[in-house]
Design a protein around this ligand. Sequence first.
Ligand code: NDP
Length: 478
Amino acid sequence: MPAQIGVTGLAVMGANLARNFARNGYTVALHNRSVAKTDALLAAHGDEGDFIRTETLAELVENLETPRRVLIMVKAGGPVDSVIDSLVPLLDEGDIIIDAGNSNFVDTRRREADLAEKGLHFVGVGVSGGEEGALLGPSIMPGGSKESYAALGPMLEKISAHVDGEPCCAWVSTDGAGHFVKMVHNGIEYADMQVIGEAYNLLRTGAGLEPAAQAKIFEEWNKGELASFLIEITAEVLGHVDAKTGKPLVDVIVDSAGQKGTGRWTVQSGLDLGSPISAIAESVFARGLSSQRDQRAIGQEVLQGHEVAVDLGENFVEDVRQALFASKLVSYAQGLDMLTSAGKEYNWELKLDEIASLWRAGCIIRAELLKDITKAYAADEKPANLLFAPAFAEAIGAAVPAWRRVIATAVQLGVPVPVFSSSLAYYDGLRSKRLPAALTQGLRDLFGAHTYSRIDVEGSFHTQWSGDKTEIEAEDTH
Ligand code: NDP
């Protein structure tokens, strides 16, 4: 019997996705550049379902039913192009190439356009959930043509995570939309992890709470509105004791955070779109600063802190929880707002309720909160910003006093809280009647004749700063 899907690239992610397909009753043809990985997979898990072993891409393709579905799960970047180049001469019109790795959406748009000219479907699929998700049910964000989704979607839906019987997989929109949505998911993930880190740091430095005590606090927090995978695993990591030293593991891990690139891409893309994703950007920068260990070593010696002792108040732990919650809401709001901007820029019909629902399970940012976000965007009247949805406006409003107190305390203590504070600045920026952007416009007009709009009359205006300082109406050509 021919296979319904072929998987090429059998490192941890590809192998687990292949097993997931097989465990769900599909026949899966297997291929890897070096045959050893194929054989290792078959030796360890060959009895989990119907697999077909192949040694070359030509053999992989020969073993597939038509239209052929070939899923690529190799290292992102050049290797994806090289596998596509090898596959194209082997395929027929209407066949589907799927890239389920963490590819940059710009590459996906290019590949989709190139392959469409050759009559092939190219589907960039965002997959989140790490190794375990790939095996047991990830959150899946497919892009590509709607037509290809008809032939591929049901299989992806079957292997995805489910919530109340609904798959965490749905067609997102055309070309690179799936990878874009996955990228923004990762951007939110960066911010989510950073705000957790800021809460931990404040509780440690400010309140002197040891990791084991904090593990209990995070466990408790995981029962309320913060309930999420990341809070759950924070409790696990903080509660873990290093076998070698007997110290909390978190104390023996080097405090320099790595990154593979999706957070950086989110920020780059946010800049291209003019989308104010300040919390996400700060979280990427925070990782960058953590990695500058040489400079940090000097900074510890030469920079003065002038910290001020502060009375934390009786409810400091609860205040930190609320600040964490409010900041987390901002990072989701910014990520979703960026999706709205991207939809307009790239002509994607992104449905934010569906996207939020894809993230309810299987992925790293899965959280109870996403159920309410899904509801907020499913309402007849879609909020222009998540924070304007009545339930969220109320929830974040209730957290504001604690949020302000915590940031003020952090500043006094000299504890860096870049995402707590930039999130509050975003919130205050959104609700400000007047922003200093009016002054910015005045300055731009003075040094560069960039013109400004007036609040009382339509049109563009310029003040003749170097002349008699009268105002003239101007064409806004700058
Ligand atoms: P890697 O990213 O480590 O890539 C290894 C695989 O790529 C091997 O199968 C390797 O073959 C193959 N490969 C590398 N170069 C080439 C080439 N030029 N031609 C053909 N094959 C090549 O594997 P992972 O499983 O960790 O990740 C796969 C993809 O999934 C990546 O895009 C990654 O970013 C993404 N990913 C996603 C995660 C998620 O949570 N969604 C988590 C981790 C990864 P060989 O064995 O012959 O060397």
